[in-house]
Design a protein around this ligand. Structure first.
Ligand code: LLP
Length: 410
């Protein structure tokens, strides 16, 4: 997390106010060392078993960050042809790319096969047929795991629960064995493993363990039918500390609970996203105006819901810090953006100094699903991104210009 030194907030060895002056606002700012540490924690935890840590690049697909993770030996969890493209461009070894998603199109499947990705996490019987058909057409055998919906309901926001009965994801638990038997009949399919992902921002290891126990039952039934499953993939989902005092399990705690559920020869894949980049990235924004209206205080920032949609979409909490500590009294205030919607807020009822006009705020832990979910809504050009390495900063995405808004219009 960024730290105060004296009255100034720093990320690594750089003053955030200096970044704001140099690169303007709003800007996403990432700490390189935090990304590295977060990834290394997963890598270390996996040491007792063979397998892969595949970074879920939907959380943050900036090429420099992808390149960094690829160099550290990460694989990639992808969810579209576009993500596979970005990962290949960033130097990921195709044999470390896995591909999940309920709606893979024929074009995407063909692109993935031609790119020789490691495996598809197949989510329906019809998708299996499509992959088999396309594999035959282009004469490339497809390696697959089935994504099984384990019917587990973890404690997280309902929009990011994915392994519960009745959600669109994966093959229903009861039909898992049938899916493997169907795949066994297909000439162009090679079965490698089993996949499940129960949701995101999960802090209770118990839910993962329950899913693991259910998945183990499927593994046993499938293997009794003479189908060997080499890989067990648990998806991502480990949460982070958005609010002080949230108890966050480590990758090591997670894996040490899951490994013993399975035989020693099983290889493991994890697809962490949020827990690699969320607390490494923050949204640096400027207070444009202040106002008091209807008895409430508002700080109006140049970042809006188009730049960071999480508070609006999931009522997600992001700690907001002033970039300069002052002696000003803290007041209860809403931090809101400039967009024409009442849902456009970064935080509500926060105790903050009534930061001066032109002062800066940091919306913390926005490195995952932050820039990646941003849009040009209200015709607002996409933001700049900056990577901090010790006392150096590097622009890793230019701020878009007004002309860019019209780029693809005909
Ligand atoms: N693997 C699969 C198959 C997934 O669907 C996801 C996330 C992940 C891995 C990565 O999960 P993570 O480690 O990041 O929790 N936009 C929402 C989160 C959506 C999660 C979707 N799936 C948010 O901002 O909270």
């Amino acid at each position: 997390m960024p730290q105060f030194k004296g009255n100034d907030l720093y990320i690594e060895q750089v003053k955030l106010s200096d970044i704001a002056k140099k690169y303007k606002t709003s800007t996403y700012v990432y700490s390189k060392s935090k990304i590295v540490t977060n990834f290394e924690n997963y890598k270390k935890a996996l040491v007792p078993r063979e397998g892969l840590i595949c970074f879920a690049c939907k959380t943050n697909s900036n090429g420099t960050i992808l390149k960094l993770l690829a160099k550290l030996g990460a694989g990639a969890d992808t969810t579209s042809g576009g993500e596979i493209y970005r990962c290949l461009k960033a130097g990921f070894d195709p044999s470390k790319i896995v591909y999940a998603g309920v709606g893979k199109t024929a074009e995407e499947i063909e692109y993935a096969l031609k790119s020789r990705i490691f495996m598809f996490n197949v989510e329906s019987f019809e998708e299996l047929d499509a992959i088999d058909r396309i594999s035959a057409k282009i004469k490339v055998k497809a390696r697959i795991a089935f994504r099984i919906n384990p019917h587990v309901d973890p404690d997280t926001h309902s929009y990011i629960v994915t392994g519960k009965k009745g959600t669109k994801f994966g093959i229903p638990y009861e039909e898992a064995v049938k899916a493997y038997l169907a795949a066994k009949q297909k000439k162009n399919i090679e079965i490698l493993g089993i996949h499940s992902h129960i949701g995101s921002q999960i802090l209770d290891i118990g839910s993962f363990k329950l899913a693991a126990q259910k998945i183990k039952k499927i593994v046993d039934s499938v293997e009794k039918n003479g189908i060997k499953l080499e890989y067990v993939n648990f998806g991502g989902g480990l949460g982070i500390e958005y609010k002080k005092d949230q108890k966050v399990p480590s990758p090591e705690q997670l894996m040490s609970e899951l490994f013993p559920v399975f035989d020693e020869n099983k290889k493991f894949i994890f697809e962490p996203g949020r827990s690699i980049v969320a607390n490494a990235g923050h949204l640096l924004t400027k207070v444009i105006y202040r106002k008091i209206s209807g008895g409430k205080s508002f700080l109006i920032t140049d970042a809006g819901m188009n730049d960071l949609i999480r508070p609006t979409l999931y009522e997600a909490y992001h700690e907001i810090l002033p970039v300069k500590m002052t002696d000003d009294k803290k007041v209860k205030t809403d931090v809101v953006g400039p967009i024409c919607e009442s849902g456009d807020f970064m935080g509500k009822d926060r105790m903050l100094p009534f930061v001066e006009q032109g002062g800066y705020l940091l919306i913390t832990c926005a490195g995952a699903y932050g820039f990646a979910m941003s849009s040009e809504y209200n015709s607002r050009p996409l933001l700049a991104e900056v990577l901090v390495n010790d006392d150096k900063t590097m622009l890793i995405r230019k701020r878009a210009k007004y002309e860019d808004l019209l780029l693809n219009e005909v």
